[in-house]
Design a protein around this ligand. Structure first.
Ligand code: FDA
Length: 307
């Protein structure tokens, strides 16, 4: 219930104003967000890339403004040029949200998002790296997968995310387990109805394992995005059972979450990628992170009470 409330708050303008105007929250925000500009993102990418891989996310989502979608494309072109200039193209890629690129626009949203993401894929290819398309709430899944299929024709390395809490996902994993596919499997971060998603934690975990089995036994490149150490152990076991070499899959975690586990996995020679968000539009991303662990919320409420 708490998680649902925080996800609802992530879309509330009133809560946003309250949270953004509470300076005491800044240290908690900074734990999850690399900084407000491209310089901060590049600095963190350099630091992390000593032992880990990186995916940079320029924060922003749900735009209904075509000009803002255009600014998002420019922000990605800028960061990709910097990755190339700094020799980071082989260690860092980018993650994009289609709702920041025009998907939700009332007229031609899918086409605009496809064209915009294609321009980011072109810039990524020029920088020697790839793009992964994040997955948002279940009403966008078909549109997002359609756009990813279209992008993969010219940019076969384009990855996407599948969410284990959705009942459809095991079948989507089978569809996307072919050669060259890059699928990031996560549990899912939105508040979804029981008609579309498992709502019980154990059911989500069981679905995650079923999806992992499909991906590990497929011909693509599974990206195991979780901080759940039990699922990480299972993923390693399934990869070994499927005869996978260590460079044919990777683990992924969010910036600021379980950094010691990240270091341990990287230290054992496993491929470990960190998702690093940066930018000024941190509010919805931050609220979703708060809902994932009760201790995060305790710090948050203490800071709000002291304002
Ligand atoms: P779970 O929530 O069960 O957490 C396991 C343990 O990890 C917790 O007990 C806690 O110790 C720690 N932990 C997890 N989250 C934490 C947090 N915020 N703060 C502190 N500790 C925390 N979702 C989505 O819907 N679309 C997407 O595109 C993506 N993309 C994405 C990329 C990457 C690289 C990752 C790692 C995750 C996503 N997600 C996502 C988010 C994902 O769906 C999910 O909400 C979170 O990863 C939390 O789920 P876990 O698998 O970590 O399990």
């Amino acid at each position: 219930m708490l998680r649902s409330a925080l996800i609802a708050a992530s879309r509330s303008a009133g809560c946003r104003t309250l949270v953004e105007r509470t300076p005491l929250l800044r240290p908690i925000v900074d734990r999850f967000v690399a900084g407000s500009d491209v310089d901060a993102a590049i600095r963190i990418a350099h630091e992390l890339s000593r032992d880990r891989l990186v995916t940079l996310d320029h924060l922003g989502e749900d735009t209904l403004d075509r000009g803002q979608a255009e600014q998002t494309v420019e922000a990605y072109r800028t960061v990709l040029a910097r990755l190339a200039d700094e020799g980071l193209g082989g260690r860092a890629e980018v993650s994009v949200k289609l709702s920041a690129l025009g998907q939700a626009l009332p007229v031609d949203g899918d086409k605009i998002a496809l064209d915009n993401t294609r321009r980011i894929c072109e810039a990524a290819a020029a920088a020697g790296t790839t793009v992964t398309v994040d997955m948002e709430d279940h009403t966008t899944t078909d549109s997002t997968l359609g756009i990813v299929r279209a992008l993969r024709v010219d940019f076969p390395g384009t990855g996407t995310v599948l969410q284990a809490y959705l009942k459809r996902t095991e079948a989507d994993c089978a569809d996307f387990a072919g050669p060259g596919s890059r699928i990031r499997l996560c549990k899912g971060a939105y508040d979804e109805p029981a008609s579309a998603a498992y709502r019980d934690r154990s059911e989500v975990d069981a679905s995650y394992v079923r999806c992992l089995k499909v991906l590990m036994n497929g011909q693509g490149y599974p990206m195991v995005a979780t901080h759940d150490t039990r699922l990480i152990d299972i993923a390693e076991h399934l990869a070994a059972e499927a005869g996978r070499a260590r460079d044919t899959y990777e683990f992924q975690m969010l910036y600021g979450v379980r950094p010691q586990v990240q270091e341990q996995l990287a230290g054992r020679g496993l491929r470990m990628r960190v998702y690093v968000p940066y930018g000024t539009e941190w509010y919805p991303y931050f609220m979703r992170r708060l809902g994932e662990r009760p201790a995060n919320l305790t710090f948050f409420l203490q800071a709000l009470a002291r304002r």
